[in-house]
Design a protein around this ligand. Structure first.
Ligand code: BGC
Length: 763
């Protein structure tokens, strides 16, 4: 009997697949919703209520957990559920062989044989690790960012993965929050462009290709605004911030046809995001017409109980489905409660059908009904993992992600011959830390260390001292481990100082270990961890020629270094090719071009600090010492390094800022940029606007355009930007997008603190 039904299902699907090609042709650019409607309806008609709910249930694989580990004993139940068709998706399973084994159970042992969709956190690479997403964002190079996602998709797809829980598009202004490493920084315009690049990179033009995977825009919404920067904490924000800042990258991802969304752990204005009707039903599935599916975050349906919003798991399941959460990741709430909720009439079956339809559609689009094992070829896996071109591309974006923060008297680039160079800091000799957090499939110890990178340049004498410990280098670390970040051991100081004394230049590699930022890594102090600051000051006493190579997953407060050291290079955590990229930049074989995607504060007390703030009624513009102004009595208002800042080994001048009004309410802005230095270099030309008077107060500056250019010495290029209503408008407190006439300032330059400005009136 079982077999007959399954065969029936497959015949049905095959028949439907032939109509599908027709439908696709007929409707040309029509949505996939139309393409698979008939097939999906036919399957839903065959499904029992329990099987439908099964499609909405996601279990973690039987090893790597990425959240609180399920109680032991659960595994057997999970296997049973899998065999009964009560599981629609699995996460944290990887490897063509392993995926195939589980897929086989779904396809061959369940009544209807519906394939599973395998999700995984492919956040910045799979085995070949790219820079952490915040670092990649510092490249402002959308093509390189897209390529990085594309490679990650191909590599993970070869290992059985169909779906990544990326990109994280949460805007954040709070460096205390560890997950800023996973986002695109503080700006909604840049964040939206990067969201689109990443979605397109993962999903490509054809989702059914075995080289592409479904993307997931997460965490909807406001997860990047936790109170006091503490992980998972409540977000209290107003409508204007929600619409103008938090939503844009999510909306952009939806417009780029992202296939899935993930909701968030946090309360948003006291309603859990997971149970939030406004977010999921009204905005996402209503206003934005999103037709993919929404997965909960890990256990977030069940977490509505401690939030004080749901009475128990049953109530949580009811609230989540009604709010629009289609798939339950690891709460076990749907699989245990949803069928009963429908049977007793508390939840309408049509809500379940809608969720299942969304999930099945993505499975169809991935081609899983066509061939459920298409992502599970061990031979392909062997050939694709770690391909040479992945490493070349990872090196390319790693170089582009580096930001030169300071370079007094051109200490950089380093001379290639005859120098005695001391390399100091445990992180210089670490082959795991540069991989950063969210590396689940990558191998510990697989990154090129800074020391290895520098030693490839044979003309200098390179010597090394650890100086201060940060974490155990290269050890078997897992991201579920918490690292002791306040190391106090100074036994390495004297060797480091001795070495520095007899060297020409000291390269100090300091910062955070890769596992000191990321999920559940909030900090109240964003200085250099442990005794690294002390080490830096001690070394400085004996040698002032210090190049500080910062490695970190968030902005750090490095005010002393900025005031005292000649050169500072922000290198984040650059992945597998870390040391190679850093060495090429330090030696000038790549002229740095990165720009900060997040403001660097002077001290943690300024956080959250961001360039697109609004003026108070008492702005502290000119007179620092006036009492009744919006300011601190013990600190400047200005940041240490502003958003968009980043130097080059050459210099650029900006002249002739012109504004021309074009028809259709368009504004053309042109500016001449000249390379005024001695070497070729890249510059990210940035355009900001200020809507001077509006019915909802607007920020003092908002990024509304950027372009990366490359100029030879003395070369000038005229750069043109067009501002349309899209750039000139904003959302009101009722969530309506409007454009208001009036005066606008325009700023153009190489950073958000540019002073070159002009203005125009919008009629
Ligand atoms: C994170 C998600 C992630 C999920 C699955 C959660 O803890 O918040 O971003 O995708 O785990 O690993």
């Amino acid at each position: 009997m079982k077999k007959i039904i399954k065969i029936h299902l497959y015949i049905l699907i095959l028949v439907c697949l032939s109509c599908q090609t027709e439908t696709k042709k007929d409707t040309n650019n029509s949505t996939n919703q139309k393409s698979f409607k008939t097939e999906i309806d036919s399957i839903i008609n065959l499904m029992t209520l329990e099987e439908k709910v099964g499609q909405m249930n996601q279990y973690t694989g039987f090893w790597d957990a990425t959240g609180p580990t399920p109680e032991s004993g659960n595994q057997a139940v999970k296997y049973e559920h899998l065999k009964k068709g009560l599981v629609g998706s699995m996460l944290n399973v990887r490897g063509a062989k392993q995926v195939k084994a589980l897929q086989k159970i779904a396809v061959e042992e369940t009544r209807l044989g519906i394939p599973l969709i395998f999700g995984f956190d492919v956040i910045h690479g799979f085995k070949t690790i790219s820079p952490i997403p915040l670092a990649e964002s510092a490249s402002w190079d959308l093509e390189a960012i897209k390529k990085s996602a594309q490679n990650a998709a191909e590599e993970s797809a070869a290992s059985g993965i169909n779906w990544t829980f990326a990109p994280m598009v949460d805007i954040s202004r709070d460096a205390r929050w560890g997950r800023v490493m996973e986002g695109a920084g503080e700006d909604p315009y840049l964040g939206s462009k990067i969201a689109i690049a990443r979605v397109r990179g993962f999903q490509g033009d054809d989702l059914s290709s075995p080289k592409t995977i479904a993307a997931c825009a997460k965490h909807f919404a406001a997860y990047g605004f936790p109170n006091a920067g503490r992980e998972y904490n409540t977000a209290d924000i107003g409508t204007s911030t929600l619409y103008n800042l938090v939503f844009p990258p999510f909306k952009a991802a939806t417009d780029a046809d992202v296939k899935t969304f993930m909701n968030a752990f946090n309360l948003l204005n006291d309603i859990p995001a997971t149970g939030n009707v406004f977010l999921q039903r009204e905005v996402l599935k209503g206003e934005w017409n999103f037709n993919g599916f929404m997965v909960s975050d890990w256990g977030s349906i069940g977490e509505m109980i401690p939030h004080g919003y749901a009475k128990n798991n049953k109530h949580a399941a009811e609230l989540a489905i009604k709010a629009g959460s289609d798939m339950d990741m690891e709460s076990n709430a749907y699989v245990t409660e949803l069928a009963n909720l429908v049977k007793e009439g508390t939840v309408k079956e049509s809500l379940v059908d809608d969720a299942v339809r969304r999930i099945l559609r993505v499975k169809f689009e991935l081609g899983l009904f066509d061939d459920p094992y298409k992502y599970c070829n061990e031979e392909t896996e062997k050939n694709v993992i770690g391909k040479k071109v992945f490493h070349e591309d990872a090196l390319d974006i790693a170089k582009k992600s580096i930001v030169l923060l300071k370079n007094k008297n051109n200490l950089l680039p380093l001379k290639k011959q005859g120098q005695k160079i001391a390399v100091i800091g445990a992180l210089a000799n670490d082959k795991t830390s540069p991989l950063g957090n969210w590396v689940l499939a990558g191998e510990n110890g697989s990154a090129v260390s800074v020391l290895e990178g520098l030693k490839q340049y044979k003309g200098n004498l390179i010597t090394y001292a650890e100086g201060a410990k940060v974490a155990l280098p290269n050890s078997k670390l897992h991201f579920t481990q918490e690292l002791d970040i306040n190391k106090t051991d100074k036994s390495g100081f004297s060797a480091a100082i001795k070495l520095a004394r007899r060297s020409d230049v000291v390269v100090m590699v300091l910062g955070e270990h890769g596992l000191q930022s990321g999920e559940a890594r909030s900090r109240t102090n964003i200085d250099l961890p442990g005794v690294q600051q002390e080490l830096l000051e001690e070394v400085f006493k004996v040698n002032k020629n210090i190049v500080l190579v910062l490695t970190n997953g968030r902005p750090l407060a490095i005010t002393w270094a900025a005031e005292n050291l000649p050169a500072i290079v922000e290198t984040w955590q650059l992945g597998t090719q870390n040391g190679n990229a850093i060495a090429q930049v330090l030696y000038g074989d790549y002229n740095p071009s990165g720009k900060l995607p997040m403001t660097f504060p002077r001290s943690v007390g300024q956080v959250p600090i961001f360039y697109n703030y609004k003026n108070t009624g008492r702005p502290n513009i000119k007179v620092r010492k006036e009492v009744f102004k919006s300011r601190y009595i013990d600190e400047e208002n200005t940041p240490l390094y502003p958003f968009g800042h980043g130097l080059s080994y050459t210099t650029f001048s900006y002249k002739n800022l012109n504004i021309n009004k074009a028809p259709e309410k368009e504004i053309n802005v042109t500016v001449d940029v000249t390379n005024t230095g001695k070497v070729k270099g890249k510059e990210v030309v940035q355009l900001y606007i200020q809507d001077k008077v509006a019915s909802v107060a607007r920020p003092v500056k908002e990024l509304k355009g950027f372009e990366m250019i490359e100029l030879a010495p003395k070369e000038t290029k005229t750069i043109e930007f067009t501002l349309t209503e899209k750039e000139l408008g904003f959302y009101t407190n009722k969530g309506a997008f409007i454009v208001e006439p009036g005066e606008f300032n325009v700023y153009v330059g190489g950073s958000s603190d540019t002073k070159l400005s002009s203005k125009f009136n919008l009629d």
